[in-house]
Design a protein around this ligand. Structure first.
Ligand code: ADP
Length: 613
């Protein structure tokens, strides 16, 4: 066992720094893993709060999911409305073109450009969204256009012209790049046929892409944004951005746009706007007849912001509630365990021999009953201990005078009476035994005084090293054959101590070392000073098992090895020695390992050297 004592110089079995570190770690680990009542109560509260927190988180997540689904649904419905409106608008253009191409093909002389030009101007006028109306021959050569400069002279390479010439119905182009600073537009074209079905031209209406918003005139629910995309996934019209560069118009990378391009409506709970990078949620649906796409979306922040605020408020309230619950748990744990801790300390004090402990009983709960019971129990123990001490003191006192008389008379007889060798031996035995019983009586008296805190000491400034040397001399006088080693410092070791009592302690430690170790094994005695004065007595005996060490200084305690063996003893020596050391504000520490011997160290406070005179 390690009592945290510095080892004597050159002592045995010194604790290495690694061992000290390990034992510190062990202690820290034990402290951490100790399930005190307070920790249990707190853990119980925390565990019971976890389901509530999980439930709250789940509810919040549910609300977010529901809100997101709502938003996506309404965006999809909006996109479908945009698609339907666009479809209707394109149908309207188709009807116009159909009527005009009929008139152009059946009634008008297409060679007469002035008439054709006038007819085109007349038909474009009611439609401000039409950027131009143009008639080309089947090879794409311009016959007439309104306004006249709005269309290039040769359109033969334009895919929509060729497609319209070859197909009977309406052909709608993708978004056409802006030419010469003109805003982007798209074309809706139809072939112009004679009465016999011969294709004599292509009539094309160019729609200003930017004007789609006013043409469609859809209501934007909750400020949702919408966009119309061509087959390439390029923005034809965006309700929020009037001026977009050609690159900014490319939405083809969005998954919902790709799905809609393949004819499936799709939603996205979060995507980055290709225009400004903001996080948005929305839907994209196909516009079936055109193969175009209608999109509707909103910033995620705007859509989920209100419930995020609510969730944040709820989280703050929940955090406050959890904190309040924890504080309450802590207060409860402290108020419940405080009296128990007081009780624990009082029990420890009683275990250490302090029978004066009484607890302040408050309240009428179970703990109060327990405390009252403790007080009664300790009062009885104190009374019993007092009786025992009084009885022991009385026995010890009453034994001492007759024993002194017996020993005195036996001594006198031994010296005076002539008697033979046998009677001399018997008288010597009487002297020896009466001395032993007298020592026992004295020990009983000391232990009774120690138990009631009345052990008397008469301190004076003494040289502890000299006391140690005297004690070793006394041991050598009775146990001459045993090897003993004595290390004392060159100068005196001043302490304020009762020399008789300290000699008694040293005799006990040396006597035990001699008693419990084989006669041929050495006893090593060392005295030194560091912050305190220390004397260690070390033997090479059987040692003491670790579980015995804490009890060595108990009254009447004898370790099983001593009880089993033939070594005489009472179990009072170390008890009295410790009481003496403590009365001097010092202590005795035991340090032993089975099979390696034992070391007992007496520690006393150092005193200044005495002043001369
Ligand atoms: P006693 O020696 O009279 O039994 P002590 O109070 O002096 O009583 O010692 C208490 C017990 O401590 C002993 O019974 C013995 O078991 C153990 N003990 C004391 N010193 C030693 C030692 N040096 N080596 C082994 N055991 C010892």
């Amino acid at each position: 066992m390690d009592y945290g004592l510095p080892a004597p110089p050159g002592g045995f079995d010194d604790a290495s720094p690694e061992t000290a570190m390990r034992s510190r770690c062990d202690r820290a680990w034990q402290w951490l893993t100790r399930w005190t009542l307070r920790r249990k109560i707190l853990a119980g509260f925390v565990v019971s709060l976890v389901p509530l927190i999980l439930l709250l988180a789940h509810t919040v997540e549910d609300r977010f999911a529901a809100r997101r689904a709502d938003e996506l649904r309404s965006n999809r419905e909006f996109a479908e409305a945009v698609a339907a409106t666009l479809d209707a608008y394109v149908s309207d253009i188709d009807h116009q073109l159909l009527a005009q191409s009929f008139t152009l093909g059946w009634r008008l002389d297409l060679e007469n450009r002035t008439v054709v030009q006038a007819y085109l101007a007349l038909n474009r006028a009611p439609y401000p969204s039409l950027a131009a109306l143009a008639l080309t021959d089947p090879d794409g050569r311009l016959i007439a256009a309104d306004p006249p400069q709005a269309v290039a002279a040769g359109l033969g390479d334009e895919p929509y012209i060729r497609a319209a010439r070859d197909a009977p119905g309406l052909v709608v182009s993708d978004l056409l790049p802006a030419a010469g600073g003109a805003p982007p537009r798209f074309a809706a074209a139809r072939s112009v046929q004679r009465a016999g079905g011969e294709v004599v031209g292509v009539l094309t209406a160019y729609v200003d892409a930017g004007s789609l918003g006013s043409v469609l005139g859809v209501d934007r629910p909750g400020h949702a944004a919408y966009a119309v995309l061509d087959r390439q996934g390029r923005v034809v019209y965006d309700s929020q951005h009037a001026d977009l560069s050609w690159e900014q118009r490319d939405f083809s990378g969005l998954p919902q746009v790709q799905a809609a391009a393949q004819g499936r409506a799709a939603t996205s709970a979060s995507f980055a706007s290709p225009i400004d990078g903001t996080r948005r949620l929305g839907a994209a649906v196909p516009v079936p007849r055109l193969g175009w796409i209608a999109m509707a979306d909103r910033p995620v922040e705007e859509a989920l912001g209100p419930i995020e605020d609510t969730a944040r408020r709820e989280a703050a309230i929940a955090a406050l509630a959890v904190l309040a619950a924890l504080l309450l748990a802590m207060a409860l744990a402290v108020s419940l365990t405080r009296p128990l801790r007081t009780l624990q300390q009082a029990v420890a004090a009683v275990r250490g021999g302090d029978y004066g402990q009484r607890l302040d009983v408050r309240g009428r709960d179970e703990v109060a009953d327990l405390m009252a019971g403790f007080n009664e129990m300790v009062a009885r123990l104190e009374a019993l201990e007092q009786e025992r001490a009084d009885f022991t003191a009385m026995i010890s006192h009453d034994l001492r005078s007759p024993l002194t008389a017996v020993r005195g008379y036996a001594e006198l007889l031994r010296r005076r009476a002539p008697g033979g060798e046998r009677s001399q031996r018997m008288l010597a035995s009487i002297v020896r035994e009466s001395e032993r019983v007298a020592r026992l009586a004295a020990d009983l008296g000391d232990s009774a005084s120690a138990a009631t805190g009345r052990l008397e000491i008469h301190p004076q400034r003494v040289d502890l090293a000299a006391l140690v040397e005297d004690a070793v001399e006394r041991l050598r006088a009775v146990d001459g054959s045993r090897p003993t080693r004595l290390d004392t410092p060159p100068g005196p070791l001043w302490v304020d101590a009762d020399p008789v009592r300290i000699a008694q302690v040293l005799d006990n430690l040396l006597g035990n070392a001699a008693k419990y170790s084989p006669p041929d094994q050495p006893i090593i005695v060392q005295a030194w000073a560091d912050t305190e004065a220390r004397v260690s007595v070390e033997d090479r005996g059987p040692g003491i098992p670790p579980e015995e060490l804490p009890h060595l200084f108990d009254r009447f305690y004898r370790a099983p090895n001593a009880r089993r063996g033939t070594v005489a003893g009472t179990g009072l020596g170390l008890y009295i020695s410790q009481a003496v050391a403590m009365a001097h504000h010092g202590l005795i520490a035991a340090d032993s390992a089975p099979g390696q011997g034992s070391r007992f160290t007496l520690v006393l406070p150092l005193a200044a050297p005495p002043t001369r005179g």
